[in-house]
Every structure is written in structure tokens, then in C-alpha cells.
Design a protein. Structure first.
Length: 385
């Protein structure tokens, strides 16, 4: 199709002038054919606009992608800084991540949590200062409150903070136990300190526990041994059993416990023998005191200046207990050994103590014969066994 080379209007081949612009058409038909610049002239603007829009869209996409990547990179850096414990710097980075990406809830929440983390750090520092001032209970209270503040959170930073709180609290408890040990506590106080030290999971606390247990074992051993030496077996066993509550694996106390049990059996066996021997001895003693308590020292019969016959004598107590109301029965014999008369007389003093002598004397009147006195029987009384 032919066109006007001047305005581009479509013309017929035989026309000599353009019906639109009125200019004379070239005689060469080739010059009437459309050229490329006609196309560029009509379609350049929409094509260019579309291309520009595509460029803008691509550029904006890469910009947003770059911003998001920068936000994520900054967020990750903030996480790392937070894990290292630099919460102030981490908060700034979380805020910076929000600037790269306006809708970033995780960064917002973590930035807010950094304030809590910094507060926990301050509480930890306060607790350590109180520990240095020996205000142990107040320091422990602070660590417990800080732990409660973290109970609704989780994550690596929270875990590290909780570890620091537990570690600090254990250090405070260990310092408190150490301080109380330095004040020469009683045995009962040592038992409480042992219980407290066992609840602290640190190497230092375990060493303290070992030292306390050793002191309790030594004390228990000494006290039980003293009771054992006095044959107070029940007391000794009670002391050992109490000590084994705090040191159940102590070979020293277990060995002494075995010794106490054996000594108790041996003592009771020996005691039974002694009781039996004592009973036998008491029976023999009673028989002696009952049947052979008196030893006759002397007896004689002689006349006095008035011709009366005086019978006198001395006897001795070989009893092991006092005897009383001792009487002597005797016979008076003539030269042929015939009994002329019998008599019974009480000695004086009335009570004879072991190894003590007593005397008796009796006057027979109107006795013309020379008579001989012979003891027939001695009687006495003693307390019932």
C-alpha cells in the first residue's frame, strides 16, 4: 500500500498529489512505500512506557528484596549479639531491622524483650553485690524474682539468662554456707548446713558437703565411742544410727556399729554370767551367815571368891552382814563328862558386825563341884535376803 512520504497518509498509485497535505507525490513509486521510521513514530511511546514500568517494577522488587535481606541479616546479627549478652547493642540492631522492614513482628518483640534482659542483668549484678555484703537471703530473693520474670519466655537468650541465674544463686548459697561454717556451728547446725550444701550443684558445694560430712562422722564416732566405753550400748547405737543418716556410706561408722553390736552381746553374756555367779555367791553367803556366822573364841567356867561358878566366853562374827540377838547354849559337865546343868545366855553387844567380837557371862550360884563348860549351840538372827 502506497503512502505519502510527507505525512504518511495512504494514497493510490495514480494520484499525483496527497489528499491530506496537498504536496506533490514523487514519481518514483518506491518512495511512496512506508518506511520503518513510520512504525517507530507511532509505537515508541507506549513501548517505552511499558519498558520503563517494567524497569521500575524490577527495580522496586530488587529494592524490597534487598531491604528484606538487609532486615534479616540485621536481625540475625542482633540475635547473635543478644546471645553474647550485649542486650543494648542487640536492641539497636532489632530497631534497625524494623527500619529495613516495617512489618517485622519478631524484631519488635525481641527489641522489647531486650529491655527485660537488661533488667535481668541489673538484677544479677545487684544479687552479686548483696552477696559481697553477706546479704545472702535478699540476694537469693532477687534471683528468684528474676527467674519468675522469665517464665513466659523461651529461646536461647532466655536459656542463657536462666543458666546465669541458677549459677549466681548457687554461688550465693555456697557463699552463705561457707560463711556459716566459719562461725563454728553446733552439730545440729552442721546437719542443716549439710542438707543445704547437698542441694547446691557446684563443685565447691560438693567439697563443702564432703567436709561437713567428715566433721559429723568424726563427732558421731567420738560420742558413740564414749558411750561404748561406759557400756551404754543403747545410747551408743542411737548416736551411730543418727550419724549414719547423714553419712550412710561411712565405713568408719559402719565398723563402729558392728563393734557396738558385738560388745553388747559380749557384755550381756558376761553380765548374765556375773549375775549367776552373784546369785550363787549370795546363796553361799546366805548359807554362811545362816549356819556358820559365829566362830567360838573361848569359853571357861571358874569359881569366884564367893564360891559361885562363873561361865564366860568370847565369840567372833565371821558373817558378811550384821547379826543380832546372838545366844549361846552350853552344858556344864562334871569330871565324868556327865551333864550337870544346861543354860542359854545372850552375848553383848546385841548386834555384831563382820569381824566383831562379842562376850557373854553367867553366874551359877551354889555350885560346889568343879565343872567344865562346853558350848552346845549358838543361835543368831540376820536380815532376810
Amino acid at each position: 500500500m502506497a503512502h505519502c512520504p510527507f505525512c504518511g497518509t495512504e494514497v493510490k498509485q495514480g494520484e499525483e498529489y496527497c489528499i491530506n497535505c496537498g504536496k506533490e507525490m514523487p514519481t518514483d513509486l518506491a518512495e511512496r512505500m512506508p518506511k520503518n521510521q513510520g512504525f517507530n513514530k507511532w509505537w515508541f511511546l507506549p513501548i517505552g512506557a511499558l519498558f520503563l514500568a517494567i524497569l521500575v517494577f524490577i527495580g522496586y522488587y530488587f529494592f524490597l528484596s534487598s531491604q528484606e535481606n538487609q532486615a534479616l541479616e540485621t536481625y540475625k546479627q542482633a540475635d547473635k549479639v543478644a546471645v553474647d549478652g550485649n542486650f543494648q547493642q542487640a536492641k539497636k540492631l532489632y530497631k534497625e531491622a524494623q527500619q529495613y522492614k516495617s512489618e517485622f513482628p519478631a524484631a519488635v518483640q525481641n527489641a522489647q524483650f531486650m529491655d527485660i534482659a537488661m533488667s535481668i542483668q541489673q538484677q544479677l549484678n545487684s544479687a552479686k553485690n548483696l552477696q559481697d555484703e553477706n546479704a545472702f537471703q535478699q540476694a537469693i530473693k532477687i534471683t528468684k524474682q528474676a527467674e519468675e520474670d522469665l517464665q513466659n519466655y523461651n529461646g536461647e537468650v532466655v536459656d542463657k539468662l536462666l543458666d546465669q541465674l541458677v549459677k549466681t544463686r548457687n554461688e550465693i548459697k555456697t557463699a552463705e554456707v561457707t560463711e556459716r561454717l566459719s562461725q563454728e556451728p553446733s552439730v545440729e547446725e552442721l546437719k542443716l548446713l549439710l542438707w543445704e550444701a547437698e542441694g547446691i550443684q557446684t563443685d565447691k558445694a560438693r567439697n563443702i558437703t564432703k567436709k561437713i560430712r567428715t566433721r559429723l562422722v568424726n563427732y558421731t564416732y567420738s560420742k558413740a565411742n564414749e558411750s561404748l566405753k561406759s557400756n551404754h550400748f543403747t545410747d551408743a547405737m542411737a548416736i551411730i544410727e543418727d550419724g549414719l543418716r547423714y553419712a550412710p556410706e561411712s565405713e568408719k561408722l559402719q565398723s563402729l556399729k558392728t563393734t557396738i553390736e558385738k560388745e553388747k552381746v559380749a557384755f550381756e553374756t558376761e553380765q548374765q554370767k556375773r549375775i549367776e555367779q552373784a546369785i550363787n555367791a549370795a546363796e553361799q553367803e546366805y548359807k554362811l551367815n545362816k549356819n556358820d556366822a559365829i566362830e567360838m573364841v573361848s569359853i571357861e567356867a571358874k569359881k569366884d571368891d564367893f564360891g559361885d561358878l562363873i561361865v564366860s566366853g568370847t565369840l567372833k562374827s565371821v558373817a558378811t552382814v550384821p547379826i543380832y540377838s546372838v545366844s549361846v547354849s552350853y552344858n556344864l559337865l562334871d569330871k565324868n563328862g556327865e551333864i550337870v546343868e544346861t543354860n542359854e545366855v545372850y552375848i553383848y553387844p546385841d548386834t555384831l558386825y563382820p569381824e566383831e567380837e562379842g562376850n557373854f557371862e553367867f553366874t551359877h550360884y551354889e555350885m560346889d563341884k568343879e565343872l567344865k563348860a562346853e558350848v552346845d549351840q549358838v543361835k543368831w538372827f540376820l536380815d532376810s535376803p
